[in-house]
Design a protein around this ligand. Sequence first.
Ligand SMILES: *[C@@H]1O[C@H](CO)[C@@H](O)[C@H](O)[C@H]1NC(C)=O
Ligand SMILES: *[C@@H]1O[C@H](CO)[C@@H](O)[C@H](O)[C@H]1NC(C)=O
Ligand SMILES: *[C@@H]1O[C@H](CO)[C@@H](O)[C@H](O)[C@H]1NC(C)=O
Ligand SMILES: *[C@@H]1O[C@H](CO)[C@@H](O)[C@H](O)[C@H]1NC(C)=O
Ligand SMILES: *[C@@H]1O[C@H](CO)[C@@H](O)[C@H](O)[C@H]1NC(C)=O
Ligand SMILES: *[C@@H]1O[C@H](CO)[C@@H](O)[C@H](O)[C@H]1NC(C)=O
Length: 341
Amino acid sequence: MAITNISMFILPIVLLIWVSPAVVSDKCSPHEKKTLLQIKQELGNPTMLSSWNESTDCCTWDTVRIECSNQKPYHVSQLDLHELNLPGPTNIPTSIFNLVDLDQLFLFEMPNLTGPIPSQITKLKKLTVLYIFSTNVSGPIPDSLAQIKTLTNINLAGNNLSGPLPPSLPTLPVIRVIFADQNSLSGPIPESYGSFASKDLITLTLSHNKLSGKIPASLKGLDLYFLDLSWNKLEGDGSVLFGAEKKTGDIRLAGNMFSFDIGKVEFGRNISRLNLKHNRIYGQLPQGLTKLQHLTRLNVSYNQLCGPIPQGGRLQGYFAIDDSSFSHNKCLCGPPLPACK
Ligand SMILES: *[C@@H]1O[C@H](CO)[C@@H](O)[C@H](O)[C@H]1NC(C)=O
Ligand SMILES: *[C@@H]1O[C@H](CO)[C@@H](O)[C@H](O)[C@H]1NC(C)=O
Ligand SMILES: *[C@@H]1O[C@H](CO)[C@@H](O)[C@H](O)[C@H]1NC(C)=O
Ligand SMILES: *[C@@H]1O[C@H](CO)[C@@H](O)[C@H](O)[C@H]1NC(C)=O
Ligand SMILES: *[C@@H]1O[C@H](CO)[C@@H](O)[C@H](O)[C@H]1NC(C)=O
Ligand SMILES: *[C@@H]1O[C@H](CO)[C@@H](O)[C@H](O)[C@H]1NC(C)=O
């Protein structure tokens, strides 16, 4: 190799080291460092972020809260601000959305986090995990969230979110879990929630909101492991949520106004928890209940059920299922309730 070629290669490196040693040794790009310092400022310079300073590599500031990718080109892949004490009520810093290579964003257990989820969140085109829970964040769930096609896990539980369920969420192609319980979400469950594009969806929790209206018949197509719609104002034929072929393991519909004949329901054989209490469900409990080998919790109390309780399986004598599982119905009878007349 000619000497001129070697020096052409080495000279720029020598120059770079000489001019700016930080650029060469830092994993953190100057652009992302600036953004992180901006985020710190927008959060009101919390004391817990005192290690975030200009003079050091941002990838080493705080290995709990900031994770950088381990391959070039390095970038901030995870930002975790959970349980960060904010000096006062603060909105979600919009600078976060300039960390466009983020894979995971965690904002939870932050009582002083307020205001809406900014629509600029769609700038995070590579986000897979979004956790904003147990905060005072309010306003609607942005419909535009469905534009972040990489999302697999969304947790928005326990905030002050209001407004409707975005009809577009089911278009997310690889979504696995959605938690949106314990907010003030209102209006009906959109028809689109019966046809999620993702084959991997296993969990949907919408309990403790203000959802209302008839459950759409399209929800026949919803097949999850864990579905929690309890403590809303939902009505109509909740039987569409069941089916012998579904993978249901845990289904909770308690505290609504569902009204259907339970005698016609076929339960998936993997059901372990079935909570239907406090509804307007009628009819006679089906024999199929005795075939549920994994059943650990059952509560059908406070409905309008009638007739003999099927005998067998775990419906009698299983420690966690007792008379209170069946109480306050129209005329249910037989063990563990008093004998039928
Ligand atoms: C910057 O943070 C490091 C720890 O990451 C600390 O050792 C150093 O004193 C800080 N420098 C300033 C100027 O705050
Ligand atoms: C929230 O902000 C208030 C001031 O508005 C402050 O007194 C309180 O300590 C903050 N709480 C947390 C957990 O950061
Ligand atoms: C919301 O803020 C209030 C105080 O303003 C606080 O008591 C409450 O715990 C916060 N909620 C959450 C979920 O952090
Ligand atoms: C959040 O909701 C709770 C109860 O629903 C309410 O007491 C609180 O004031 C709300 N906080 C904000 C910041 O809206
Ligand atoms: C029930 O669970 C087993 C094991 O967890 C699984 O292999 C099977 O596919 C499930 N059945 C249905 C109908 O989802
Ligand atoms: C069933 O629900 C009722 C009403 O909420 C409750 O009192 C009872 O303890 C529950 N029983 C079981 C076994 O979960």
